[in-house]
Design a binder for this molecule. Structure first.
Ligand SMILES: *Cc1c(COP(=O)(O)O)cnc(C)c1O
Length: 397
């Protein structure tokens, strides 16, 4: 009916591949990094505390503790929550594996609770039904940048005396019932990987209002040692104590300088992502059989991803073929996520066979993430809409 798909030998919508995510680094960012490289402290120096203070202020938390990655930050939060062998923590299968791996790092067991069909965020009823006397923490993930049902989760946690570690690696800048993500749960974890809202190359942060948790995490990221080298140098001291087993999970001053510079552009990045989401919503709402991302009342998502789904009964091709057709049009689509429990490691270690979490597994069969990043142009967005229309209309029954 329409033009021949690129996968069948037609002309692709674009001549070059549009990635699904990409960083934006400008001359200001580069100058900030160069300045640190020329200074005395390229790690454990003054930029670390400066980045943490500005970041905490941005999200409205008392403390922010930086880590060498979002994954290390999740590990730090799992440690600060006191997770240990014999404990359980509940998280979602619809996430990047790090949300669950951090529980295993502490010798505890991740327990999955299925998602709701609309937002693909963890379902509070499923959380409640998976709580045992071993449960110590709940780790909701703000899928795609849309905050989870945090009030319901906090209510369950308060009732059972559990710690809530919000994995907000998708949700820097998101709002939930008027509050900033980062100021809502016991601990909130962010990532500065290049596809996220701001980048430090690799990097992560945990925000909390709990001074004791913050102190534990500062020790944990520095081998379990109290204080740091610069404090000792300033005081002319050499003695230090390793109070607990920790890791080297420090974020460098080089990275923190980049983070500070990137943070100045966060508001702009967020409004650009929201504009692209509006553009997709308007441009794709009339394509038959497509399911666009849901947004709940009281939520302003941060739009890390723009995941679409489709009604499989309306198309004569499955996700694999549709995905390949979009790639052939040079649209760098992706899939978020392969449900965590279905990965070989999880099957082998915990005996999952697939079928345990039907809402996540059904969603996975039709999920496709469209390109979503703040440096995309309007023309890039137009190409995505054109390619999605072209491909989905072609395969319509
Ligand atoms: C990116 C991400 C992480 C891990 O962050 P890294 O900085 O890559 O280690 C954890 N959880 C989710 C949901 C993520 O998207």
């Amino acid at each position: 009916m329409t033009e021949t798909l690129a996968i069948n030998g037609g002309r692709p919508v674009r001549s070059t591949l549009l990635p699904y995510g990409h960083q934006m680094i400008d001359d200001e960012d580069i100058a900030a990094v160069v300045q640190v490289l020329k200074s005395d402290w390229i790690t454990t120096g003054p930029k670390v505390a400066e980045f943490e203070d500005v970041f905490a202020g941005f999200v409205g938390a008392k403390y922010a503790v930086s880590f060498s990655s979002g994954t290390a930050a999740l590990h730090g939060a799992a440690y600060a929550a006191g997770l240990k062998p014999g404990d359980e923590a509940i998280t979602t299968p619809m996430t990047f594996c790090a949300s669950a791996n951090c529980v295993i790092y502490q010798g505890a067991k991740p327990i999955f609770a299925d998602v709701t069909e609309d937002t693909l965020n963890i379902n509070p009823d499923e959380v409640a039904s998976h709580i045992t006397e071993k449960t110590k923490a709940i780790i909701p993930v703000d899928y795609a940048g849309h905050p989870a049902d945090l009030d319901s989760i906090k209510e369950i946690a308060e009732d059972k005396n559990l710690t809530v570690i919000e994995d907000a690696c998708h949700a820097l800048g998101a709002k939930y019932k008027g509050k900033s993500v980062g100021s809502i749960c016991d601990m909130t974890v962010f990532s500065f990987h290049p596809v996220k809202h701001i980048t430090t190359g690799e990097g992560g942060m945990v925000c909390t209002d709990n001074g004791e948790s913050a102190a534990r995490m500062r020790r944990f990221r520095n081998h379990g040692i109290e204080g740091d080298a610069r404090q000792r140098q300033a005081k002319g001291q050499w003695y230090y104590e390793m109070a607990d087993l920790g890791y080297n999970y420090r974020l460098t001053d080089i990275a923190c300088a980049l983070g500070l510079s990137q943070l100045r552009k966060l508001d702009e990045n967020l409004s650009r992502r929201r504009k692209i989401a509006d553009f997709y919503n308007a441009g794709l709402k009339d394509v038959p059989g497509l399911i666009l991302p849901a947004v709940k009342n009281g939520v302003i998502p941060a739009w890390h991803l723009y995941p679409i789904r489709f009604d499989p009964s309306k198309f004569r091709a499955g996700r694999g073929e549709i995905f390949a057709a979009l790639r052939a049009e040079n649209i760098g689509v992706n899939v978020h996520y392969i449900p965590v429990h279905t990965h070989p490691y999880y099957r082998r270690s915990f005996g999952y066979q697939g079928g345990e979490y039907p809402a996540s597994e059904a969603a996975y069969e039709t999920l496709i993430s469209l390109p979503m990043f703040h440096s995309m142009s309007d023309e890039d967005g137009q190409d995505v809409i054109q390619a999605v229309e072209k491909v989905f209309r072609w395969y319509l029954q």
